[in-house]
Design a protein around this ligand. Structure first.
Ligand SMILES: [Zn+2]
Ligand SMILES: [Zn+2]
Length: 745
């Protein structure tokens, strides 16, 4: 039974070796015809006895592809014998290019194979691995629209590229020692150093304790051995902030407890940084003074080569940029900005088209959505509009929704400074180009003064587009679920409907109609941002009590400062009101003397969690009230209980401090869960959704989840997006799409 037809496959079919895959299937099944890349779809003409089987095989796709639909239709086209891969043409753009993929095991073998073409070649890759998003300037994904256009293939690479039986058949990143991008090692004055093997030379310098700036797939890292961690911290002025490490796989079990789920993530094509619990909580404090440590495995040929020469089992690997600022990608920018931090520069001459930071995960949840995950594409029906979500201010990224798919960019950073704002604008432009999207609605945070809000307004004014402000925590809930629910958002800070600072919120309803039904007690934030930086101010804001002032006095607060603080809270001048969960945890951290000054995002709460880890908690009485029809959990009563416990504590008993930290977290979590559960009971809801940065805290999240499950409700947490603010641009799109659909009805 001869059969002929046209097969159209839609989805992520670019940069995943789809055409060679189809070619191999055709050869196996004796199919004649052709395959062509049309942007986000692949068009196949096929003729042969085993046509049906061929359609079945093609529908499975190669490992990295994501198939949305397969359409088969008849054709009157004459199909000659043989099977051909045709040059790409531009078609529709609803699909997506894949993210950068960690080097595959076969390519690692190629690098170590003696006498092979790829022996010791740092940028070895194939259709199953290597950079994608970071090198692509446009689709269809062909070499001329990537950073590899600068490197014409040598005859051997061209042969392999054309060989249908090769793993590098039509691999756009194919390159070797004789034709591909090259490495070079420089000192900080820009002099080239070392001999013929810059990697070996670089490994020697690392072993000797020098700090190297290394140019990777998506930007620069600073790398050094553990013994140099202190030097790096001082140079960066980041004394307290934990570093992530790249570690040899055979060494990781000595450092951390690795669950099967974590190991799977570490070894996945993403190769993210995975935040793991240390084997000994107090060990490796020079790398991380928390109970956790962020670890990743080598993910490029360069990393594998470095480790093959290195005598140390791990390297500190931190993004070479100020926290919250965009990653540095250009060599000259790195040389100009990092000469105080780095002793040497290991760089390559392949352009980084789109920068991409390392992704970070913990307990299977995404903390930073970036390399290997983004651009992240999610099938979701939000109607006919093309919506851009510009995200909040901290941990921002951008999402564009179009025709049934939302696509989220990699992590952008803290849009509080002009360089990061510029990066957000650039990201939006790139995303629009790659998707071929014509945005007609822009969603932004409700906060009127965010730079991202200003950007949204300007873009809307220029192009005459509709603007939709979305309250921060409603965006969190929209990112978690579109169904009817009770939504709990436990977060740092976000602008509320009433102009106060929200962050411990319980909603009821269904996107876009989410009504605030419960929250944490509104408390004073003396001095606004100052209370964030110095959490003892927050402590007094929550518990404006003379006993707290004597505690601060005993810690060396000058009388004058305490007098000013007291007056400030009493008068309410420059004292915003907040219901933030993060600020309550900060205050507890300050109360227990764990963290008195915040030097990086989330520090007081993260240190509180580290102190509490592994300690048993005891239940305390909780106090609830009602305010404007909302149920309130009293943060003040909770803090007062903790304060009383602390006064009864033996001076300097560290263990008691730690169990108090555990009890505080536990009771705050119980109280928040109770707000959600009681709202669900009142409103007859079955599902309780949870989002917000505080939900990364293992003890708090699991306490809330267990309380919810124990009362017979379902707990919804969306593991596909960050729990923190990295989900907000996606949530803004979801909220806006559903609102516009509702308006149409
Ligand atoms: Zn490979
Ligand atoms: Zn070559």
């Amino acid at each position: 039974m001869q059969k002929t037809g046209r097969i159209t496959v839609r989805g992520i079919v670019q940069g995943v070796g789809f055409r060679p895959f189809v070619y191999a299937q055709a050869c196996d099944l004796g199919i004649a015809g052709s395959v062509k890349n049309l942007g986000s779809e692949v068009e196949i003409y096929a003729r042969g006895e085993r046509f049906e089987e061929f359609v079945g095989a093609v529908s499975l796709g190669p490992p990295l592809s994501r198939i949305d639909s397969v359409e088969v239709s008849g054709t009157i086209r004459e199909i000659p014998d043989g099977f051909f891969i045709l040059p790409s043409a531009t078609g529709s753009h609803t699909g997506m290019i894949p993210p950068d993929i960690a080097i595959c095991s076969e390519c690692i073998t190629d690098i170590s194979r003696k006498g092979g073409r790829y022996e010791n070649y740092w940028a070895t890759s194939c259709v199953n691995c290597g950079p994608r998003y970071s090198i692509i300037s446009g689709i269809p994904y062909d070499r001329e629209r990537t950073a590899m256009a600068d490197f014409p293939m040598c005859p051997s690479c061209a042969d392999e590229y054309g060989d249908p039986y090769s793993r590098r058949h039509h691999a756009q990143t194919i390159a070797c020692t004789s034709c591909g991008p090259e490495l070079a090692l420089y000192d900080k004055l820009g002099n080239m150093v070392g001999g013929s093997d810059p990697v070996k030379e670089a490994a020697g310098l690392l072993d000797a304790g020098f700090i190297l700036a290394t140019r990777g797939i998506g930007g620069f890292h600073l790398a050094c051995i553990r013994e140099s961690a202190g030097t790096l911290k001082h140079r960066l002025g980041r004394i307290e902030q934990p570093f992530a490490i790249m570690v040899r796989p055979d060494h990781i079990d000595l450092l951390a407890v690795v669950s099967p789920q974590d190991r799977k993530l570490l070894e996945s094509p993403v190769h993210p940084i995975v935040v793991l619990e240390k084997r000994d909580h107090s060990a490796h404090s020079d790398i991380s003074n928390l109970h956790t440590i962020g670890c990743m495995f080598p993910y490029t040929g360069l990393h594998h080569l470095l480790f093959s020469h290195l005598n140390h089992p791990l390297l500190i690997m931190t993004s070479a940029n100020m926290p919250g600022y965009p990653m540095i990608t250009e060599i000259d920018v790195a040389m100009a900005n990092l000469h105080r931090d780095a002793d040497f520069f290991l760089t390559h001459n392949r352009t980084i088209v789109n920068r991409c930071d390392d992704s970070v995960m913990r307990d299977g949840y995404i903390i930073r959505l970036s390399r290997g995950i983004a651009p992240k594409r999610t099938a979701v029906d939000l109607g006919n509009h093309c919506i851009l979500g510009v995200g909040p201010e901290l941990n921002a990224n951008a999402t564009i929704y179009r025709s049934g798919f939302a696509v989220t960019s990699p992590h952008v950073g803290n849009v509080r400074n002009p360089p990061t704002l510029e990066y957000l604008q650039e990201t939006v432009t790139n995303l629009k180009r790659i998707l071929g999207a014509k945005v007609d609605v822009i969603a932004h945070d409700l906060h009127p003064r965010f730079l991202s809000t200003r950007f949204a307004r300007e873009l809307a004014a220029e192009n005459n587009l509709e603007l939709v402000p979305v309250q921060h925590h409603r965006a969190h809930i929209a990112a978690a679920t579109t169904g009817p629910c009770i939504g709990i958002a436990i977060d740092g800070v976000g602008y509320g409907d009433d102009g106060t600072i929200w962050g411990g919120e319980v909603f009821c309803g269904q996107v876009p109609d989410l009504q605030r039904v419960a929250h944490l007690e509104p408390v004073a934030m003396p001095g606004g941002d100052l209370a964030t930086r110095f959490p003892e101010r927050m402590l007094y804001g929550i518990l404006p009590d003379d006993d707290v002032l004597s505690l601060l006095g005993s810690r060396g607060w000058p009388d004058v400062d305490m007098g000013v603080l007291k007056k400030q809270v009493a008068s309410g001048f420059n004292v915003p009101v907040t219901t933030s969960t993060g600020r309550v945890l900060d205050a507890a951290s300050a109360l227990l003397g764990i963290c008195r000054e915040r030097t990086y995002d989330g520090e007081p709460a993260m240190k509180l969690e580290a102190h509490a880890a592994g300690m048993a908690a005891e239940p305390w009485d909780l106090s609830f009230t009602t305010l404007n029809g909302c149920e309130i959990l009293s943060s003040r009563a909770l803090m007062k209980t903790a304060f009383l416990h602390m006064q009864n504590m033996d001076e300097g008993d560290h263990r008691q401090v730690r169990s108090l930290a555990a009890s505080f977290q536990y009771n705050l979590a119980r109280g928040i869960a109770a707000l959600g559960i009681r709202a669900a009971e009142r409103e007859g809801m079955k599902n309780i959704a949870l989002s917000g940065g505080v939900a990364y805290n293992h003890a708090i999240r699991e306490t809330i989840r267990q309380e919810i499950l124990a009362r017979g409700f379902t707990c919804i947490i969306n593991p596909d997006y960050p729990l923190g603010d990295g989900c907000v641009s996606f949530g803004q799109c979801v909220y806006t799409g559903m609102m516009l659909e509702k308006r149409r009805e």
